[in-house]
Design a protein around this ligand. Structure first.
Ligand code: GLV
Length: 317
């Protein structure tokens, strides 16, 4: 019998995989990240943790939990977990690949449409009573059709974005560090930025990808281009992005993720041409339920001696 902590309330049906299993479940009802002191107090008795991306699972947690065997993140990104510490302590990490690809790709397309068509600024005008009638030259945007989309990263979510983009008659290029051998691969990120009307970020956050989209990448982009980020906030240098939007150097941006979220850089909040969503990439009823179940199932498998498919590979030394 294992003791499993669920750090925050899961969606309806999320805990279903635990039914019929004889484990002790410590389920917090809160919808806010677990307090560090509470987590460290619970840690010594835990065999498994099911957490959300807003919970920080660091070296101290692993050190305080000698029986811990698995941390299951209800997210595909695992940058909230110290993967090296987990590997050192022999703890397996599982995540939620696959089940959120379509929902997240949809939000990337939503942000592309919104940013290219200036939807947020147009709606703000309407709500503020600034719309005085149909105007031939009002709220002019840019088409998706015929645009070139540059995907930074070419994993599962990026590929779903690519299939959607083709239906919008876009040309799709991608950049990865190692060649994919597939049409559209572009060796240099700067070249991809220069060639794209829309640059969309789809890489996990790591030491290598922090500020990957920096002042140089932004400067390489066309003035009519938009930047989309549905991956992780710190992959983009937000100060440089706010500067480029503020001085009209860049047409727009569509962001779902932020450095230091839920706090949003005030310069981005004030930036023209920015559509800003509160990290809702995977936020559909079905997807969030599937994510919870996949994470919980993965934790159970590890605790019961099986090897689930959603194990996150330990970091390379
Ligand atoms: C969401 O951002 C996730 O990583 O699942």
């Amino acid at each position: 019998m294992a003791r499993i902590l669920i750090t925050q309330q899961l969606v309806d049906g999320g805990l279903d995989p635990l039914e019929g299993h004889n484990h002790v479940v410590v389920a917090r009802e809160a919808t806010t990240p677990i307090d560090r002191t509470e987590l460290l107090e619970l840690a010594p008795s835990l065999d498994g943790i099911v957490c959300l991306l807003s919970d920080t699972i660091d070296d101290a947690v692993f050190a305080a939990a000698p029986n811990l065997k698995v941390v299951a993140n209800v997210a595909v990104g695992v940058d909230n977990i110290d993967r090296r510490a987990a590997a050192r302590h022999g703890v397996v990490i599982v995540n939620t690949p696959g089940v959120l690809d379509a929902s997240t790709a949809d939000v990337a397309i939503l942000l592309m449409l919104a940013a290219r068509r200036r939807a947020s600024d147009a709606e703000a005008d309407l709500r503020a009573g600034r719309w005085v009638g149909w105007g031939l030259s009002d709220h002019l945007g840019l088409d998706l059709s015929g645009a070139t989309l540059g995907l930074v990263g070419y994993g599962r979510i990026a590929r779903k974005v690519a299939t959607r983009a083709l239906a919008f008659d876009m040309t799709v290029l991608h950049h990865t560090r190692t060649p994919t051998g597939e049409p559209g691969w572009t060796a240099s990120l700067l070249e991809l930025a220069a060639a794209s009307d829309i640059l969309s970020v789809h890489v996990p956050l790591s030491a290598e990808t922090r500020h990957l989209v920096d002042v140089d990448v932004l400067a390489a982009m066309k003035p009519s281009a938009v930047l989309i980020n549905t991956a992780r906030g710190p992959v983009v240098d937000e100060e440089a992005l706010a500067e480029a939007l503020g001085n009209g150097r860049l047409w727009g941006a569509g962001l779902d993720v932020y450095d230091g979220e839920p706090t949003v850089n005030p310069r981005l909040l004030a930036a023209p041409g920015a559509t800003l969503l509160p990290h809702v990439g995977s936020a559909t009823v079905d997807t969030r339920r599937a994510m919870c179940r996949l994470a919980v199932r993965g934790a159970l498998d590890v605790l019961e001696g099986f090897t689930p498919e959603n194990i996150v590979a330990p970091p390379e030394e």
